[in-house]
Design a protein around this ligand. Structure first.
Ligand code: THU
Length: 132
């Protein structure tokens, strides 16, 4: 069982949050996640003048996960500009579920919670007969 350094994940999420491109919402977000092989992948939100095209921090994280070799997500921390734990939006829960499944742990103000709590009875690859 891989050990989770929550403090390090929190720090990495804050570091990437500071690189956010969010001139429209002025709501920087950072997310960091531990991968099964021990890597840490991160992402930050990237907005656009065409507002609806903005990318959530979790989109960047998933992109970085795949681009850096893939693997399964084990634990994640998402933060706002104060470094406070942020709840991922619904779309991002689905994005993360694809790469971490029900057991992916998410840090909340009440401690870590599994994805199965954040996105109960999720639709996923297995519903399409695919084992990720
Ligand atoms: N945002 C994220 O990056 N992730 C979330 O899970 C929630 C929302 C971003 C999108 C937008 O750039 C800003 O936060 C305000 O909604």
């Amino acid at each position: 069982m891989i050990s989770i350094d929550w403090e390090l994940l929190h720090q990495e999420a804050k570091t990437i949050m500071a690189r956010s491109y969010s001139p429209y919402s002025k709501f920087p977000v950072g997310v960091a996640a531990l991968v099964t092989d021990g890597r840490i992948v991160t992402g930050t939100n990237v907005e656009n003048a065409s507002y609806g095209l903005g990318l959530c921090a979790e989109c960047g994280l998933v992109s970085n996960l795949i681009a850096s070799g893939g693997g399964r997500l084990v634990a994640a921390v998402c933060v706002d500009s104060n470094g406070a734990f942020l709840s991922p939006c619904g779309r991002c829960r689905q994005l993360l579920f694809e790469h971490g499944g029900n057991d992916l742990l998410f840090m909340t103000p009440d401690g870590p919670l599994p994805m199965s709590n954040l996105l109960p009875w999720a639709f996923g690859p297995e519903d399409l007969g695919i084992t990720p």
